[in-house]
Design a protein around this ligand. Sequence first.
Ligand SMILES: Nc1ncnc2c1ncn2[C@@H]1O[C@H](COP(=O)(O)OP(=O)(O)OP(=O)(O)O)[C@@H](O)[C@H]1O
Ligand SMILES: [Mg+2]
Length: 282
Amino acid sequence: MDNILKTYMGGKKIDNLPSNNVPSPKNKSSILSKNEGIKLSISSLNAWFGTKHALKNIDIDFKENCITALIGPSGCGKTTLLRCINRMHEMTPGASVKGQIILDDLDIYNKGSDPVIVKRRMGMVFQKPNPFPTMSIYDNVASGLKLNGVKDKSLIKDIVQESLQGAGLWDEVKNDLDKPGISISGGQQQMAAIGRALMSNPRLLLCDEISLGLAPIVVHDIYARLPQVTAEGLSLVIVEQDIVQALRAASHVYCLQEGRVALQGAARDLTREKISAAYFGV
Ligand SMILES: Nc1ncnc2c1ncn2[C@@H]1O[C@H](COP(=O)(O)OP(=O)(O)OP(=O)(O)O)[C@@H](O)[C@H]1O
Ligand SMILES: [Mg+2]
């Protein structure tokens, strides 16, 4: 696919948008060759809220170009893990984190790493899509680019279209782009949120329970579209409460329990029995 996002966002046409998607060969350290086939490598990660130890010695390698699911009972640390990956955890007062996370060639918690650059390399989609209610569907998706100072209208138009196509929503909304963002269904809003997250051409997309509160058929539809999103080298980490959906959507699954990895494996090898044992510790 002739990827407009890649062409433009690589810095060829936009001077004022940081080119964060293509590591220069000079920057490719030995880390990259060591971790070939791995998108994100987490080692000995620990996270706290004050004295509460929320994540305990997490070691996970997320594979490239695929969907990995994080599952586990409420409060086991799924959201905290996503927030550590994109450096949002440290924004919580009293919170702290220790360990190593490497995304491609970027050592996320290295002293020299800029949290802003880290966040730009990742997209995050939250439980509730929360479109800006007064903005049109088009402006909701374009808002990220505008915030980054992009003014070229035809460029914004191309990238909005590409993002909505990437999220599999273009055909449904292309004639309604000027309607309010909240006028489309919950599932479509969630896909538009994915489109918005794709706008900055991230290498990794983090999705935190994006199916929460949606009808099963809508959830099924969203997950049916996600593999399309992993095209072109994008990797996905999804947090999902619904085990059946997680096993269906992901190729690899990690189950957390009280802040630790209790079970992991290829989705095709995991049974309900194995997952129940990890959930309930029996
Ligand atoms: N801001 C916070 N301050 C203090 N403790 C917190 C905070 N946020 C989360 N925690 C605690 O950290 C632990 C992990 O929470 P987290 O939100 O990561 O769980 P989760 O697996 O995402 O749960 P859920 O499935 O309910 O979303 C829980 O014990 C939770 O109570
Ligand atoms: Mg959560």
